[in-house]
Design a protein around this ligand. Structure first.
Ligand code: GPP
Length: 328
């Protein structure tokens, strides 16, 4: 993939050796190119990558937004490690970590105005700000729902999908939508790419949910069935709770509500119930549906006479293929 993580990382923070996946800025830049990179047709194409400047402030902005939410998320969850490093609140204390997260959100908003210096018109810049603000509100709603689900077992699959749609997919949608808005004024193109972002966002989370239960330790670098050990309310358990027979349902309720830590044999019991409820197949088909929706959105992006756009659409398909692999 062209936007190799190191490339975007060097734009964001030259000293950061573990920046995370940088999925959102990558998505934003690809959507910008796919949408036509503001009239960059083959006849006008330049050999340098100067045209990317136009979208770069927004790419920085979505990554800063993501990192601000992670700083606050780690405080709320009490997590002590992220990306194999101590979380900010463990180093600086909760008050300063909250403050840093707030500052980072301010920085994300401030960085976005940089598009004005790179040739983006004022009305588009203002609308980019509105998309980002609406998205942050949606993420906060998603986080509210997620936290409120923690002590409950009566969460339906559709409630969960609504939650991840806001908490995880909203910023992916926002990234693709913003990139497209900087690349073109064509409403159809913007809508298709935004839809792509939403679909890939949900798919990405469900892939994580699948790997959290069924990836081998070697594949994921984590404990096998780690999400069952943590009793995480992800798609598999919510599907199983909806489809278990009465006896299995009681077993799941007992295990997920007990005060004591879950034992290895109870994890095996949960996995056996997942088998009986065909939960893995359900999650895989759910993932496939969202990957199909992502492909469909890409196929419907109006054609631009530009190799840059064609290449970006190809890279976005590669992204879907990577996520889709967890469905097989
Ligand atoms: C308003 C706030 C604070 C929003 C948090 C948004 C977010 C995507 C958190 C990480 O989710 P996660 O808990 O599923 O992921 P991880 O396991 O990486 O913490």
């Amino acid at each position: 993939m062209r936007y190799h993580l190191g490339w975007v990382d060097s734009q964001l923070n030259p000293t950061n050796s573990n920046p995370g996946k940088l999925l959102r800025p990558t998505l934003l830049l690809l959507a910008y190119e796919a949408a036509g990179a503001w009239g960059l047709t083959d006849g006008r194409e330049t050999s340098d990558a100067g045209y990317l400047q136009r979208a770069l402030p927004a790419a920085v902005s979505v990554e800063l937004t993501h990192n601000f939410t992670l700083i606050h998320d780690d405080i709320e969850d009490g997590d002590t490690e992220r990306r194999h490093r101590p979380t900010m609140w463990t180093l600086w204390g909760v008050p300063q970590a909250i403050n840093t997260g707030d500052g980072m959100f301010g920085l994300a908003r401030f960085a976005l105005w940089g598009v004005l210096e790179n040739g983006v018109e004022g009305d588009i810049a203002a609308r980019l700000g509105a998309v980002l603000d609406r998205t942050v509100l949606e993420i906060a709603e998603g986080q509210y729902l997620d936290i409120s689900f923690e002590r409950r077992l009566d969460i339906s699959v559709s409630m969960y999908i609504d939650m991840i749609g806001r908490k995880t997919a909203a910023l992916m949608r926002c990234s693709a939508e913003m990139g497209a808005m900087i690349g073109t004024r064509d409403a159809d193109t913007i809508e298709r790419l935004a839809t792509f972002g939403q679909a890939i966002g949900v798919a990405f989370q469900v892939r994580d949910d699948l790997l959290g239960v069924w990836a081998s330790a070697a594949e994921s670098g984590k404990t096998r069935a780690g999400d069952v050990y943590r009793r995480k309310k992800s798609l598999p358990i919510l599907h199983a709770l909806e489809h278990a027979n009465p006896q299995d349902l009681r077993t799941l309720q007992d295990i997920y509500q007990q005060e004591a830590e879950i034992k290895a044999e109870q994890v095996e019991q949960v996995l056996a119930i997942f088998e009986r409820t065909q939960t893995r197949a359900y999650c895989q088909s759910f993932l496939q549906q969202h990957c199909d929706a992502a492909y469909e959105a890409l196929n419907a992006v109006p054609h631009v006479n530009s190799t840059v756009s064609t290449r970006a659409l190809g890279d976005m398909r590669t992204m879907v293929q990577f996520i889709e692999a967890a469905a097989h």
